[in-house]
Write a protein of this length. Structure first.
Length: 435
């Protein structure tokens, strides 16, 4: 073990100090004694669900073995530290794709289960947990529990979205989906306001398996809620057979002393991005369609040394229009804001995890440079709206919601708490159960 934490979480906030315990095989033992431990995947959570300040992180990237793959059915079993990008590199050339993927491919299988992540196809495929067939849970008392929807189902439901607290996920089994080639058919449509978004969505979500919108969160007045609607489907057979051109990535080399994301750059970027000419319909490789941000590695460093906070909420369908309007108004008038504001309607599906975030409604996600108390105050004002509308905030993106709000957003938290491994803990869990 060493004293240095991995790079921390993606938002670079809050700071934390850890001991580390590296795992290199699914049969490796966990640290003994009364160590307070937490599994760490690839640190792509924005806040503190992957932090354990003062405790030990179980580093899982060494759990990187393939265990089984059936090329006839697409059923894949792999150790929990395998990245989704590694699965894609292996499976796409063989005509298989992930059943659900978040907006970055640099997450581990274990992290995808533990946050029950969602993607652009929630309305047709649900969240990652819904597509998980089985996993093995390794507890600090040495027991190993193989879990699936029907086998040890209560452990399965506690661990999906269970924030790494029920034990170490050693391996995961999912079923990949068939694709004809690595290309996507993508459509882009500009919308002028929130009402336009809802009208477009009613149409597109019946025709496309992947939908998402970028929204200009700096626009106010009659442009409030304007944005770009993006829909896509895997290209049919007969589309180009050539593999897509290799993607070049750039890396932001270090955290800048101050954030490049500020009131002026946000406003200028949003205006430019909204008006940028783009094809109404085009063939595009799957990488830029699903992972536009992965081209700029370590882009979180653009937010400077203080880091940034993300706010992702979901608002139930009946309250969505009014609540989103209020949230966008509060953001626009604060002068703080985001270049990366994403809006999407979840399908009417209930996720299987006791603490799963996805639920029927509209989800909005935005980044905010951390400007100290005024950013925290703004996010508390957004919480007022989310709570009143009967919504919830996503733990994977959170570093500051109050315990009272958490318990209201996730009423099954006390049932979940019975499944927590006595030696496991996290900065997030201590925070939301402290008051
Ligand atoms: C650019 C970007 C885009 C994103 N887009 C989306 C999106 O569209 N949808 C979405 O849902 N999320 C999205 N996310 C968030 C990300 O998908 C989740 O935070 C994901 O869980 C991170 O996985 P990780 O492997 O990095 O895990 P970490 O962040 O390291 O850990 C996440 C949680 O999983 C637990 N964990 C990790 N490994 C294990 C294990 N082996 N056993 C038990 N518990 C474990 C940890 O304790 C922690 O609680 C995005 C993040 C980024 C940076």
């Amino acid at each position: 073990m060493t004293d240095r934490a991995p790079d921390g979480s993606w938002g670079r906030y809050p700071p934390a100090r850890h001991r580390r315990w590296a795992l290199n095989h699914r049969s490796d033992r966990l640290p003994g004694g009364s160590n307070r431990v937490l599994p760490f995947g690839n640190g792509r959570s924005y806040g503190d669900v992957c932090l354990n300040d003062g405790g030990t992180l179980l580093l899982t990237r060494g759990l990187d073995r393939w265990i089984a793959f059936d090329p006839a059915t697409g059923v894949l079993r792999a150790e929990a530290g395998v990245l989704l990008s590694e699965i894609l590199a292996f499976s796409v050339p063989q005509g298989w794709f992930l059943p659900v993927t978040p907006g970055t491919q640099f997450v581990t299988l274990g992290g995808a289960v533990a946050n029950d992540v969602h993607g652009k196809n929630h309305h047709v495929a649900g969240s990652f947990g819904e597509q998980t067939r089985a996993f093995e849970l390794y507890r600090s008392d040495g027991s190993r529990i193989v879990c699936g929807p029907e086998e040890n189902g209560d452990w399965f439901r506690a661990t999906i979205g269970g924030l790494g607290l029920t034990g170490l996920i050693a391996w995961v089994e999912i079923r990949l989906r068939r694709i004809a080639n690595p290309w996507m058919v993508a459509e882009n449509r500009r919308f002028a306001n929130l009402d336009d978004f809802f009208a477009l969505n009613d149409d597109y979500e019946t025709r496309y398996p992947y939908i998402v919108s970028w929204i200009d969160c700096a626009a106010a007045g009659k442009g409030l809620g304007r944005g770009i609607y993006m829909a896509g489907m895997h290209a049919p057979p007969g589309a180009p057979t050539a593999p897509p051109p290799a993607r070049r990535s750039l890396t932001v080399p270090f955290a800048l002393p101050i954030s490049l994301v500020n009131r002026w750059s946000v406003r200028a970027f949003n205006r430019l991005y909204y008006h940028l000419p783009r094809p109404a319909r085009a063939l595009t490789p799957y990488q830029p369609f699903f992972y536009p941000l992965d081209n700029l590695l370590e882009w979180n460093r653009l937010y400077g040394q203080r880091g940034f906070l993300q706010y992702q909420c979901v608002i139930p369908p009946e309250a969505a229009r009014d609540a989103l309007r209020e949230i966008l108004n509060r953001i626009a008038s604060s002068g703080q804001g985001s270049m990366l504001a994403v809006l999407k309607r979840f399908g009417a599906r209930t996720s299987g995890g006791l603490l799963s975030f996805p639920r029927p409604g509209v989800t909005l996600a935005l980044d905010f440079p951390h400007l100290g108390q005024k950013t925290l105050d703004l996010l508390s004002r957004l919480d007022e709206v989310t709570r009143q509308a009967g919504g919830a905030v996503y733990p994977a993106k959170d570093a500051r919601m109050s315990g009272e709000h958490f318990r209201c957003y996730f009423p099954q938290w006390s049932t979940f708490a019975k499944f927590i491994d006595p030696n496991f803990s996290s900065s997030f869990w201590r925070r939301v159960t402290a008051d």
